[in-house]
Design a protein around this ligand. Structure first.
Ligand code: CP
Length: 311
């Protein structure tokens, strides 16, 4: 594996999921990363990704340097060929070349703008890292994908030992427009599982066909929940009316009553979660969300070890 920015970078996704499961069952540390440095660059906030990736690198003996580039560095210019006589002081190509010269692996978080679909779905920011970094790149969530989260989620589902589970990816409400990255990425990875997958969302929230094609999609949340074994909740904004939040008449908040329609399903969410908006307290408090969050450490550790092995 040369980079980790989507499932397409992973030669053996099932093997990588198994590596994570092995760490869930028996965490272990090694010194493979001794005298190596992980650089972590954040354009956006993070709790889990930041701490779990840092912990994972330390488990492997690495040093970690962190830059909150949106707050602590110069304003970054992304346009090529532009005359930089405005607010931007540093071009992304210069920033990435310099940062990667201090690291052996470079991780980056860069969210969708939700204002320019073409630019977001071309992954302009991530592509700049891939183009200009002299070391392997790890996505800590890009405009359209969140592969560390999805790898975690797949390992967490397999670890439930439910044979051929019915997995429902359910849209849920949120007061702000959110990217489609977690949902897109989930659909990219869930093909690796022996599972029946249903996507439930209100009209107007169709995901890109690149990710949704081939999956059963319903606008009836109650119907989707019947006999489900895993409920994976996530909000996302509109793809077609990019970044918009079309009005939804029904209540899509996940409640205990709704969960009772399932086959005693396990509730999952990547966190952070808006309590009593996305799901009720009772649903969240009786769920896999903390195990998921802990498993982020193991997923990051499996990815970093894999990348270090081929340096
Ligand atoms: N799930 C997740 O990526 O959490 P953070 O945004 O806190 O990193």
């Amino acid at each position: 594996m040369k980079n980790f920015t989507s499932i397409e970078d992973v030669p053996n996704p099932k093997g990588l999921i198994q590596d994570v499961i092995n760490l869930i069952d028996q965490s272990n540390h090694s010194t493979i990363g001794k005298e190596k440095t992980l650089g972590m660059v954040f354009f956006n906030p993070s709790l889990r990704t930041r701490l779990s990736t840092q912990k994972a690198a330390q488990n492997l003996g690495m040093e970690v340097i962190v830059l909150n580039i949106d707050k602590d560095a110069w304003n970054v210019e992304f346009e090529d060929g532009t005359t930089m006589d405005g607010d931007s002081q540093e071009h992304i190509r210069d920033a990435v070349k310099v940062i990667s010269s201090y690291c052996d692996l470079l991780a980056v978080r860069t969210f969708a703008s939700l204002t320019n679909r073409q630019q977001d779905y071309e992954e302009r920011e991530l592509q700049n890292f891939l183009k200009h970094s002299s070391v392997p790149v790890i996505s800590m969530e890009s405009a359209t994908l969140h592969p560390l989260q999805s790898l975690t989620d797949m390992a967490t589902i397999v670890h439930t030992n439910i044979p051929k589970p019915k997995v429902v990816l359910s849209w849920a409400p949120h007061p702000k427009p959110l990217p489609q990255a977690v949902a897109n990425s989930f659909l990219e990875w869930v093909t690796e599982l022996q599972a029946e997958v249903v996507v439930a969302h209100p009209k107007g929230y169709e995901l890109s066909e690149k990710f949704a094609a081939g999956y059963k999609v319903t606008h009836n949340q109650q119907e989707a929940f019947k006999n489900a074994d895993i409920i994976y909740a996530k909000n996302w904004s509109s793809y077609s009316d990019y970044g918009a939040r079309p009005a939804v008449e029904e209540n899509w908040t996940i409640t205990s009553e709704l969960m009772q329609k399932t086959n005693q399903a396990q509730f999952m969410h990547c966190l952070p979660i808006r309590r009593n908006v996305v799901a009720t307290d009772a649903v969240i408090d009786d769920s896999l969300v903390y195990q998921q969050a802990k498993n982020r450490e193991y997923a990051a550790q499996a990815v970093i070890k894999n990348l270090l092995e081929v340096l």
